[in-house]
Design a protein around this ligand. Structure first.
Ligand code: C2E
Ligand code: MG
Ligand code: MG
Length: 365
């Protein structure tokens, strides 16, 4: 009924322009630049629609293409309008975006990368690197974080910050993430077999993966099929993730906790957590974002790192600092009561072979 009401209003107001419904709740309008201004189109939605005697207020989001600047076919123009619309929906709901060439290039590049990633994943181009985590009390290995890597055929590496958002956006992260979990658990077992029995494996889990209905099952299967002991597996979720829909998240966390694995909040301090939410979530550890670690100078007083350490102490949560690059930072963190650290000071992310060698020279983990 709402769609019909919208269609009727558009037809009445835009009478002489071309009008079509081209998707579930998407309408297309073709007209002159003078008539099809964002302000004029938005104005059509200013008054509520009357549905079954009820006033229903809806907003509109616009994607526009200037046909004078366009040199493709009609369907191409619609596709570009859709690209602009998607941009508007993600950046500014209720607003508008004009299509620009760079937008098209960007999207095509993203689509290209997505196909390449899917292919690369099937061909085994993805692998994990492991960055040691250190117990600051005795400088011995505590565990490692598994970090995803993608090596192209020509040998070059695509940085995770570039391909992981694409994997998330396309949903591919669900499949890739399941592989990461299993591979990290399998590596944990190989390390245990090599004598590193007191060693924890941390695995990054992204939003789309974590909220997937099968996630707990995927996790359980990775544990059972590799034999990895849950007490030595930790999942890292990001702080921004922890704050979205906390009710639902609390449920997933409870189910995850039942498997016996622990949970850390990654990049802590960057996402403006609500402390009351944090208290209610079943997490075990806060991971201080490296931005706050790099801030640590001689005057460590009242640094954000110190506040996170104290917060952890007050909430009964463990804390780990990431991005520790120099001895001074490690000393200050330790003095502030931070038990664990990770960073280039101790080691870069390593191949499984190099990790073994590194562990051999840094005491048993
Ligand atoms: P993150 O989980 O916060 O991982 C820490 C990042 O900091 C890693 O970057 C690591 O190489 C880097 N790093 C470690 N020590 C230092 C240091 O001392 N100094 C500096 N400047 N950097 C340091 P990387 O490997 O490029 O990963 C980037 C992000 O990609 C990760 O951030 C994580 O959010 C994501 N990511 C990596 N692997 C996975 C994965 O398997 N699944 C998911 N969902 N995300 C992943
Ligand atoms: Mg992490
Ligand atoms: Mg982090």
């Amino acid at each position: 009924m709402l769609l019909v009401a919208v269609a009727q209003r558009l037809r009445k107001q835009l009478g002489e322009l071309d009008l079509a419904r081209i998707g579930g709740d998407i309408f297309a309008v073709l007209g002159t630049d003078a008539r099809c201004t964002p302000a004029a189109l938005h104005a059509l939605f200013a008054a509520p629609f009357s549905i079954d005697g009820q006033d229903v207020q809806v907003s509109s989001t616009l994607g526009l293409v200037r046909l004078v600047e366009h040199d493709g076919s009609g369907p191409d123009a619609l596709k570009d309008a859709d690209i602009a619309l998607k941009r508007a929906k993600t950046r500014q709901r209720g607003g508008h975006f004009y299509f620009s060439r760079s937008m098209g290039v960007e999207i095509r590049e993203r689509v290209r990368l997505m196909h390449a990633l899917r292919r690369g994943f099937r061909r085994g181009q993805l692998f994990l690197a492991y960055q040691p985590q250190i117990d600051l009390a005795n400088n011995r290995p505590y565990g490692a974080e598994a970090l995803l890597r993608w090596r192209l055929e020509d040998g070059s590496l695509v940085p995770p910050d570039r391909f992981i958002p694409i994997a998330e956006y396309s949903g591919l992260i669900v499949e890739i993430g399941a592989w990461v979990l299993r591979e990290a658990c399998a590596e944990l077992m190989r390390l245990r077999a090599a004598g590193h029995r007191d060693f924890t494996m941390s695995v990054n889990v992204s939003q789309a993966q974590f909220r997937h209905p099968q996630f707990v099952e995927v996790l359980r299967r990775a544990l059972v099929e590799t034999g990895a002991p849950p007490a030595f597996v930790e999942l890292e979720i990001t702080e921004s993730m922890a704050m979205e829909d906390p009710g639902h998240l609390a449920e997933i966390l409870a189910a995850v906790k039942q498997t016996g694995v622990s949970i850390a909040i990654d990049d802590f301090g960057t996402g403006f957590s609500s402390l009351s939410h944090l208290q209610r979530l079943q997490v075990d550890r806060l991971k201080i974002d490296r931005a706050f670690v790099s801030e640590i100078t001689d005057s460590a007083r009242s640094s954000i790192a110190e506040m996170v350490i104290q917060l952890g102490r007050n909430l009964g949560l463990s804390v780990i600092a990431e991005g520790v690059e120099d001895e001074r930072q490690a000393q200050i963190l330790h003095a502030l009561g931070c038990p664990l650290a990770q960073g280039y000071l101790f080691s870069r992310p390593l191949s499984p072979q190099d990790l073994r060698v590194w562990l051999g020279t840094h005491g048993l983990g």
